[in-house]
Write a protein that binds this ligand. Structure first.
Ligand code: FES
Length: 362
């Protein structure tokens, strides 16, 4: 039960500053403050981000859009970014990242969640989370953004890669972006065309928006080089599984269109084609550990395998929360194969593998 409306609870963020000061100085425990704040409103917290589920809407046969109202701690979020959602199941706390398809000034956000075969958390969110339930989120992250100039844009997605692109598209059209926009979306079946009615309505209202779907299982269609070559675009934003995104990158580099390329992948990185090197030495300087490692797995994975708990979020090289300093040696970016060997260089542990012996500030 709430003593005040959520709109007022959101506005309490600033007046709660003295309490944050007390907690920061160790005179009050944040957990105690949160205990009393949640009596005022179930989503009110000192620093943590909590949100109430306002609505559930199926936007494809396997994708649900959740509208959430966040407390005042969700600051500076943009559509197209991702947030981590936490869910307690059988006493275990799970976390997964989902794209923000909308961010409203009044604290409402929309997340789109795709059903994953065997995916415990996504299936629980789709089947069990109810309107009125309170969920915990982590700060938003992600660097995809709409290009700054008024030249044509290509949006290319596979599967749930549509979700960050839709968030950016909605905002750009609402701001009056008038250059041509081509959205190509590859899905397996017709019924998986997420947000299809809304997209068609947008295309009817905005003559500069062109839509095309490729149905890979139903018609054997895949977005190919011809589709890409036919679409006007000085900028390409792409999102999908790693292999799909890699093909987009190669096509874009070969096409030499100039402009800008922004890509995001949402699947775990493929096993490297690089052969597992002979045993390597991994040095975790702050933890005073020297351990045996390999040149295949990410440094994040290998650190965890040796009992370390580095900060991390997306595990896909997007959120930067696993950034750490390279002290010595060479690492390889698992996405591009690029090598980095500059001591003092920040590296993202989740997408970096050792390329020989390395020492990192962890
Ligand atoms: S965990 Fe997000 S960039 Fe590494």
């Amino acid at each position: 039960m709430a003593l005040i409306p959520l709109s007022l609870a959101r506005r309490l963020r600033r007046p709660l500053q003295p309490l944050r000061h007390l907690c920061g100085n160790g005179w009050l425990r944040e957990a105690d403050a949160d205990f009393f704040l949640r009596l005022i409103h179930p989503v009110l917290r000192l620093n943590r981000i909590q949100a109430r589920v306002e609505a559930r809407r199926w936007v494809a046969e396997d994708m649900l859009a959740l509208t959430l109202s966040c407390n005042g701690n969700a600051l500076g979020w943009r559509a197209g970014q991702h947030v981590q959602l936490h869910l307690q199941q059988d006493g275990v706390r799970h976390a997964r990242s989902y794209s923000l398809t909308a961010v409203q000034p009044d604290g409402r956000i929309e997340l789109a969640i795709k059903r994953q075969p065997g995916g415990r958390m996504s299936n629980a969110l789709l089947d069990q989370v109810a309107v009125g339930q309170v969920l915990e989120l982590a700060p938003a992250f992600g660097e995809l953004k709409w290009p700054d100039d008024e030249r044509a844009v290509m949006l290319v997605a596979a599967g749930s890669g549509i979700t960050p692109l839709l968030g950016l598209l909605r905002d750009a059209l609402a701001r009056g972006f008038s250059a041509p926009v081509t959205l190509l979306h590859q899905v397996r079946w017709q019924a998986q065309r997420a947000f299809v009615e809304e997209l068609q309505a947008l295309a009817a209202r905005h003559r500069n928006l062109h839509l095309r779907w490729a149905l890979s299982a139903e018609n054997g269609e895949r977005i190919n080089a011809t589709d890409l070559a036919q679409a006007p675009g000085a900028h390409l934003l792409g999102c999908g599984p790693q292999g799909f995104v890699e093909q987009l990158r190669q096509w874009w580099l070969a096409a030499e269109r100039g402009g800008s390329l922004q890509l995001e992948s949402f699947t775990p990185l493929r096993a490297l084609t690089v052969r597992a090197a002979d045993e390597l030495r991994l040095g975790f300087a702050r933890s005073h550990q020297q351990v045996a490692g390999n040149g295949v797995q990410s440094l994040l994975q290998q650190a965890e395998d040796h009992g370390l708990r580095p900060a991390h979020g997306c595990r896909q090289g997007i959120c930067a929360s696993c950034t750490c300093t390279l002290l010595a040696g060479t690492v390889r970016d698992l996405r591009s194969g690029e090598l980095f060997a500059e001591p003092g260089q920040p590296i993202r542990l989740c997408v970096s593998a050792p390329h020989g012996d390395v020492e990192i500030d962890l």
